[in-house]
Each structure stands twice: as C-alpha cells, then as structure tokens.
Design a protein around this ligand. Structure first.
Ligand SMILES: NC(=O)c1ccc[n+]([C@@H]2O[C@H](COP(=O)([O-])OP(=O)(O)OC[C@H]3O[C@@H](n4cnc5c(N)ncnc54)[C@H](O)[C@@H]3O)[C@@H](O)[C@H]2O)c1
Length: 438
C-alpha cells in the first residue's frame, strides 16, 4: 500500500520504518524540518534500537521518504496513519490540538485530491474523540464530498519505547475501531503478517482499550511497589513473593476478577485487605492504592443505591443475595449491604436466593444475616415467580443459572438492573434493561 505517516516521533517513525521494511511505500510527514531532513538523509530522528538500520535501508531502496507537506503526502498515499502527539495539559486533560490540526490538513488535502482516502488515528485519544473531534473536523475540511471520500478508523498503538521495533513485530494485540467493517478489515490487513489477536471493534471501544491497558499497567506497578514496601518492612523478599504471585495464571495473571460489575465481598477479600492495610498503618507505611480498595468497593454499593433511587419505584424484587451464585455464605456479601441500605431507605423488597434457606444457616453466617437484616425471614423466598411478581424493579444480584431465563418471565412494565451481566439478558429485555456499569 501507499501509506502516509503523520508525525515522525516515536510511534510514527517506528510505524513508518516497519511498514516500509514490510513492502509498503511510505511517506512520513512532520512540520519539523529537522526530522524530515534526518529521515530523507536515511537517519533516525529518535534513539531507538534497530530503527536507524531500518530507515537507512528503506530510504536507500526508495520505500521511505519524508515531507513537511500534508498535501504531497495525501496525494501520494491511499491511507494516512496519524501519530501526532497528544500530551497532557497542565490540568491533566488531553491536548488534542495537534490531532485537530492534522485532521484539518488531511481533510483539505483529500478534498484537493478528490479520491477516497482512509484516515487512521494511532495517537492515543480518549473515548469520544473520534466521533466528537476527528470525524467532524475531517468532514468539515473535506467538504461536500466527505461521505464519498472519507474512511476513518482508530488503531491504538501498544509499543514501548526502547523495544519499539520488537513490539511492532510482536504486538500483544492489534485493535482497530471503526463503524465500517470493510475499513476495519483493510487496516487489519496492514498487519496481516504480525502475530497476536486481531480485533475489529467499535470506535469508542478501540479508544478506551488503550486507556484500560495503560491504567492497568500503572495499577500493576503501583501494586507491586506497595506489596514490596510491606514485604521489606516485615523482612520478606518481595521478589520471592511476586515471583510466586505471577505463577498463578488462574486467579492472578488472568482475566479472572477483571469483569466490571458489583462490589467484591465474601469471607476473605474484605477481611484480608483490611488486615494488610492495618498492618501497613502499623508499620507507618503509605499505601494509597491498597488503602483505596475498601473505599472503591463501598463506592460501588453507593452507586447501585443511587441508580436504584433514580428509577423512582418502591417495590423491588432482589434476585441473588449471596456474594456469588452457588453459596449460602452471606458474610460480607455486598448484596446484603445493598439490601440493608435499600430497606433503610424505605424500599419494599422481596428477595429470592435458591441457595439461602434461613432454617439451614448456622453459626456466624446466621448471626450475621439476622443482625444485618433483622426481618429477613419475612422477605426471603425460594419462589422466583412470586418474588418477581412483587417488583416494579428487578435487581439481579448474582449470576445464578436460572437468571438466564428472566427475559421470558419479566413483565413488560418491569425494569431490570443487572449487577453481574447475565448472558443474553440485555438482548432479551431491550430498553427495560440496564447494567450497573455497561
Ligand atoms: N511513545 C510511546 O511509547 C507511545 C506508545 C503508544 C502510543 N503513543 C501515543 O502515540 C502518539 C504519538 O506519541 P509519540 O511519543 O510518537 O509523540 P512525539 O511527540 O514523539 O511525536 C509527535 C510528532 O508529531 C509531530 N506533529 C505535530 N503536529 C503535526 C502535524 N500537524 N502533522 C504532522 N506531524 C505533526 C511532531 O512534530 C512530532 O514529531 C501519542 O498520542 C502517544 O500518546 C506513544
């Protein structure tokens, strides 16, 4: 393909050099003469392993050149990759000025060229930027023929500086966001020979994935550091701990616990987090991440209470009160906390849970539920239909298998708030359905 790469910084120059190596005809664009001159002289504008050799070879063979002229680049290419910077403003917000400017330039060049052109944003941009800034700016600049000439996609970049060429060749995944499957496929085809999953998705998902990734990486570093700080203070080798931690690919380094939904609970997680953070305070350690866990969890219960209040109804059918399906352990169930809060606010609840039979609850478990919800016997039932019949609003509190069939049972005047994302329920219920955070 003939490809224009806008922005000859870390991302742009690596993409340009690798695409040229892989047989494409590439033209790089940057307003900085020095960068353009360096590339045209076969030299890298950045320090990055292997990039120098790739640029020298590509320029030598004629596969890569650079220009300061967007019009020249768009006239030459079928597709533009936008790799301009999106730095932080002083207040932390995203500076999208360079993205807007490059869209104006590319749009005007497409209008002048009068032929279809694909614009792919590789710069990191917040969800909504494609639809709110990139597309309208391009459309305005292209003018009357925008619908006919313009194709757009978002293609977040996952490379790391210092291993950028290796990362380009071995991406953890390739993600393309576009509302047009043909455009998404054409962009994925650019990377056809690269390993890893290739994913076409919605525009906003493509934008958001990059932020989920980088926030997660930051959480991992902060977590390892706080665990390390505690370990050192108690005389334990933190690297021994984290080496073992990382060998657990079932619960630790895995998709487990990474689905948005309701608060964590049960007899271990809250207790153990509290004990560890108490120990941290005892050791005079500053542990902002670990200390935030209980607060963020409580916040998720608050969020549910607020969402339920917004429905403006009083009668609620609450399905699933144990912290996960298939257990009758109610200790520290956030669903119990939610029920308690709702009763306190005057909602009229009936609760269904197939696994919870008061007569069979013993010891601490029974004492806990009786103190948390004193009149639970009057509102708890194992008759799903009877409980469902009571609610103007149905809350799904855990993923018990029988909740998959709720679509066929819920009345047309009832709404459902799902805290756990029961498969298929959203499609079955349409606009009567809401998820807590999807
Ligand atoms: N650096 C990384 O490791 C990395 C990794 C993944 C994603 N990203 C994202 O990729 C984007 C680019 O990052 P970077 O580190 O390569 O930035 P950078 O600052 O190194 O390079 C940006 C380049 O864009 C050029 N530019 C500005 N306006 C332009 C215009 N109108 N036309 C053409 N070029 C223009 C600048 O002159 C500069 O050379 C950012 O959104 C960043 O968040 C960076």
């Amino acid at each position: 393909m003939k490809i224009a790469v806008f922005g000859l910084g870390y991302v742009g120059i690596v993409s340009a050099a690798c695409l040229a190596r892989d047989g494409h005809q590439v033209i790089g664009v940057d307003p900085q003469d020095t960068k353009v001159d360096l590339v045209n002289g076969g030299k890298p504008p950045i320090i990055e392993k292997n990039v120098g050799e790739l640029i020298a070879e590509a320029v030598d063979s004629g596969a890569l050149r650079a220009t300061t002229s967007p019009a020249e680049a768009v006239a030459f290419a079928d597709l533009s990759l936008v790799c301009v910077g999106t730095p932080s403003r002083k207040n932390g917000s995203l500076e999208t000025g360079a993205v807007a400017k490059v869209c104006e330039e590319i749009g005007a060049a497409i209008a002048a060229k009068g032929a279809p052109h694909t614009v792919v944003i590789r710069s990191t941009i917040l969800p909504g930027t494609m639809r709110g800034l990139v597309i309208p700016t391009l459309e305005k600049a292209v003018g009357a023929r925008a619908r006919e000439l313009l194709r757009v996609a978002n293609n977040p970049e996952f490379l790391r500086e210092s291993t950028a060429v290796y990362d380009y060749d071995n991406p953890p995944k390739t993600v393309v966001g576009s509302e047009d499957p043909e455009v998404a496929q054409a962009v994925l085809d650019l990377y056809a020979d690269l390993p890893g999953p290739k994913i076409a998705t919605r525009l906003e998902v493509g934008e958001m994935v990059k932020y989920a990734d980088n926030s997660w990486h930051a959480v991992k570093v902060a977590f390892a550091n706080e665990i390390g700080n505690i370990a050192k203070a108690v005389g334990v080798d933190s690297w021994d701990v984290m080496d073992i931690f990382a060998q657990d690919t079932k619960l630790n380094i895995s998709p487990y616990y990474l689905k948005p939904g309701f608060a964590f609970g049960g007899s271990c997680l809250p207790k153990d987090v509290r004990a560890l953070t108490f120990k941290g305070r005892d050791l005079d350690l500053d542990l902002p991440l670990l200390n935030s866990l209980i607060a963020t969890n409580t916040g998720q219960v608050d969020r549910a209470v607020e969402m339920i209040g917004d429905y403006g109804v009083r009668n609620i059918a609450f399905l699933g009160i144990s912290f996960k399906a298939g257990t009758d352990d109610l200790r520290e169930s956030p669903q119990v906390t939610l029920v308690e809060r709702l009763i306190g606010k005057g909602f009229n609840l009936r609760i269904y849970d197939r696994n919870v039979h008061l007569s069979r609850l013993l010891g601490a478990n029974r004492a806990y539920i009786e103190s948390a919800i004193p009149h639970i016997a009057e509102i708890l039932s194992d008759d799903l239909d009877a409980v469902l019949g009571h609610g103007d609003l149905v809350i799904v509190g855990n993923p018990a298998p029988e909740f998959k069939f709720l679509g066929g049972k819920v009345r047309s005047d009832q709404k459902v708030l799902d805290l756990v994302r029961v498969p298929g329920l959203s499609a079955d219920l349409g606009d009567r359905y809401s998820g807590i955070n999807w």
